[in-house]
Design a protein around this ligand. Structure first.
Ligand SMILES: [Zn+2]
Length: 471
């Protein structure tokens, strides 16, 4: 009788709100949740990526998630500032709680707040946390740990190791100088705790459903994957992590389903460096990871929910400034990040050979298309030559660097990339986060529910309710 009554209520609700509401029986079907976070991925970054892809033919004409059926905007401020950091916003996205900057999985009072991973686990689901940066960095940390400060990398790593998260993947562990423990210390701790640790894709091809807990690492020393634009053939990639995570979780949790968080962590790094082509290729990489998730969705469309969003905007990216036009095609020659170009420039010109301006011009022509795909105005050429003469023109010259949160690039390369970005129409306001809203893109079962979301704290409760997680 009760079931019949529930059925009647569902029919009434369905007829009353056919577009935005689902009855509980439908919601109960959601077995698989994918929560994709582009760190620092503002709306302009995503639209800018499509423009860049079309103009340069360096990526798909459509960034898949930008065309999801549900699209809205989300505010990102923290409890203490209108401009958030990745820890406060990571905690808001993971737990639905506003907190102070630097807080990892704790509220304003410093006490732990439950993350979606924990709620999913308590509900019998499998759980996965995947990132392209360190596994104990702010965003994944917010889904894996509880700490009063994002800088407590050791505490966050050990908290993850003690957690019941089934599948984790990231470039490596970020270490703390004060403790003296290196990355292998944490890997050993993970192994001791029963986590099977794999280094690189060749190793994890032997991963099996009998592994109780899994940690996939890049197999390289760095605690971040290389930028997609700099990638070498044997480098581990974010889409490969996602593919491995789906296979593992599907094989182990076919009955109850799973929750997976995927972070494109280096979109933010490229935003801090005001490096457009590098940033757009990171977003393309997140879209390839999303392609793998969409393949999964095609197999279980009635049971899968995909939500894509960002923790904040980075760099204050504008699309066009001054002139009413853009020329993304002008960026087609850049095939390396500002950071990799700085290294290449230094190696090319530091082998006992005094660099001459014509050689430096040729370097910028080859690697950024300046004076070839892009005209360089007289004022900018004069400025670049002055920097070059000051930095490399004499035996006692010293290179000036532009230091941002995650990298240090030569002023010469940074200025050349800045000019290239501007002439294409991409203007970066600063090398840090902004308080601009970000996009939310949803597809699959229950996606309509996100139309009501307006702040980053709204997302986790909606996911939790839709997937029927324990409160
Ligand atoms: Zn950042």
């Amino acid at each position: 009788m009760k079931r019949f009554f529930n059925f009647l209520i569902c029919i009434v609700l369905f007829l009353a709100m056919p577009v935005t509401s689902l009855c509980q029986n439908d919601l109960a079907k959601i077995k698989y949740v994918f929560y994709i976070i582009g760190d620092g991925m503002g709306i302009n970054h995503v639209l800018g990526t499509e423009q860049y892809n079309i103009g340069t033919e360096s990526g798909p004409e459509i960034v898949n998630f930008l065309h999801f059926p549900v699209r809205t905007i989300i505010t990102t401020e923290s409890a203490t500032s209108l401009v958030t950091d990745s820890a406060a916003s990571g905690t808001a996205l993971a737990s639905g709680v506003k907190t102070y900057e630097g807080a990892i999985g704790v509220g304003e009072d410093g006490l732990p707040v439950p993350a979606l991973t924990e709620l999913a686990k308590a509900s019998g689901k499998g759980t996965g946390v995947i990132t392209s940066v360190g596994i104990n960095h702010a965003t994944p940390g917010s889904f894996l740990a509880h700490s009063k400060s994002r800088g407590n990398y050791e505490e966050i790593a050990l908290d993850y190791i003690a957690s019941p998260v089934d599948f984790a993947a990231g470039a490596g562990f970020i270490t703390e100088r004060k403790s003296g423990h290196n990355a292998s210390y944490f890997e050993q701790k993970a192994t001791d705790a029963g986590i099977k640790v794999y280094h690189g894709k060749r190793e994890w091809s032997s991963m099996s459903a009998s592994d109780e807990y899994v940690l996939c690492l890049s197999g390289k020393a760095e605690a971040e994957l290389p930028y997609a634009i700099d990638r070498m053939e044997d480098d581990t990639t974010l889409p490969e992590f996602v593919s491995a995570g789906i296979s593992y979780l599907e094989s182990r949790f076919a009955e109850n389903g799973f929750f997976m968080m995927v972070e494109g962590g280096k979109i933010d790094y490229a935003g801090h460096a005001d490096d457009g082509a590098t940033c757009f290729q990171e977003i393309n990489d997140l879209a390839v990871a999303t392609d793998h998730i969409l393949d999964f969705y095609e197999r279980y469309p009635e049971e899968t929910l995909i939500v894509v969003t960002a923790d904040h905007e980075t760099g204050g990216l504008m699309l066009g400034a001054g002139l009413y036009e853009m020329h993304p095609d002008r960026m087609k020659a850049q095939k390396m990040s500002a950071n990799a170009l700085t290294r290449l420039f230094n190696t090319t010109f530091s082998k006992g050979k005094k660099p001459v301006w014509e050689d430096a011009k040729e370097f910028l022509r080859d690697h950024l298309g300046l004076w070839e795909d892009v005209d360089v105005d007289k004022k900018t050429e004069k400025e670049l030559k002055e920097i070059f003469d000051r930095n490399y023109g004499s035996s006692d010259a010293k290179e000036e660097s532009v230091v941002n949160l995650y990298s240090s690039n030569s002023l010469f390369i940074q200025r050349a990339i800045g000019y290239l970005n501007n002439t294409a129409g991409y203007y970066w306001s600063y090398t840090s986060h902004s308080g601009s809203p970000v996009g939310l893109f949803a597809k699959g079962q229950g996606a309509e529910k996100f139309i009501s979301a307006r702040d980053n704290t709204d997302i986790a409760p909606i996911i939790s309710e839709l997937a029927g997680y324990e409160k």
